[in-house]
Design a protein around this ligand. Structure first.
Ligand code: ADP
Ligand code: TYD
Length: 207
């Protein structure tokens, strides 16, 4: 039983987070590590149910405040049921999105709700990742990639390019704010180049 390592991927929709999370999982597994891949919103049965509530339906289905509660409730369940047990068992946990997404999406897209996000985070989550990859991506390219997916989970994808631009800036600001754990990776390259850089940074952190 060790301490484990908690790694997250963040960035705008379509920036390549899922692709890179999957490749890092394979890389670390082939290096002999015990790895758990998970995602938010979701990652536990209860949180996956909340995922459908927040990602499907009309854009105005929930207010920003209600969304903060729902995402935080999902995160709390995910932590209790999936992340904390895996870390306690010494695993490397690779998670597609975590609290930084709430800080950006709910914190800045509809007014300045960051103080509310932070208060609830302190009260209910109280944990940051050990290492966060922020995949930086041209907002237009990211949006086109995200929109080309056929999915019912599209509540946030109607935001448009201007909002993607604002969120990109938000993620880059978070990288400065949490510079001890965040690394910005240029996602405007071929998949393997990005994956090579991510793997090298993760292995260096594990060493
Ligand atoms: P995210 O999880 O950030 O929304 P995905 O990993 O699902 O992004 O990638 C969105 C789409 O873009 C997918 O179809 C994926 O295959 C493609 N993609 C991901 N990274 C790259 C890249 N570096 N170059 C070109 N296409 C990419
Ligand atoms: P995800 O499935 O990672 O979408 P994508 O692959 O397009 O990046 O996440 C779904 C959406 O949920 C995404 O638009 C961002 C949003 N989201 C929030 O608004 N707040 C949150 O706290 C999280 C975790 C996700």
């Amino acid at each position: 039983m060790g301490q484990g390592l908690f790694v997250t991927f963040e960035g705008i929709d379509g920036s390549g987070k899922s692709t890179q999370a999957g490749l890092l999982v394979e890389h670390l597994k082939s290096a002999g590590l015990d790895v758990l891949r998970t995602r938010e919103p979701g990652g536990s049965p209860g949180a996956e149910e909340i995922r459908s509530l927040v990602l499907e339906g009309e854009p105005d289905r929930w207010s920003a405040e209600t969304e903060i509660l729902l995402f935080t409730a999902a995160r709390r369940d995910h932590l209790e049921k999936t992340i904390n047990p895996a870390l306690a068992a010494g695993k490397v946990v690779i998670c597609d999105r975590f609290a930084d997404s709430t800080r950006v999406y709910q914190g800045i897209t509809r007014g300045d709700l960051r103080p509310m996000v932070d208060q609830l985070h302190t009260l209910m989550i109280g944990r940051e990742p050990d290492l966060t990859f922020i995949i930086d991506m041209d907002p237009g390219t990211g949006l086109n990639r995200a929109l080309s997916r056929q999915t019912s989970e599209e509540r946030f994808e109607g935001f448009g390019e201007e909002m993607q631009r604002k969120m990109r800036t938000g993620f880059l600001e978070l990288a400065n704010e949490f510079s001890d754990r965040c690394v910005v990776v240029d996602g405007n390259r071929d998949i393997q180049s990005v994956a090579d850089e991510v793997a090298a940074l993760a292995l260096a952190r594990l060493a």
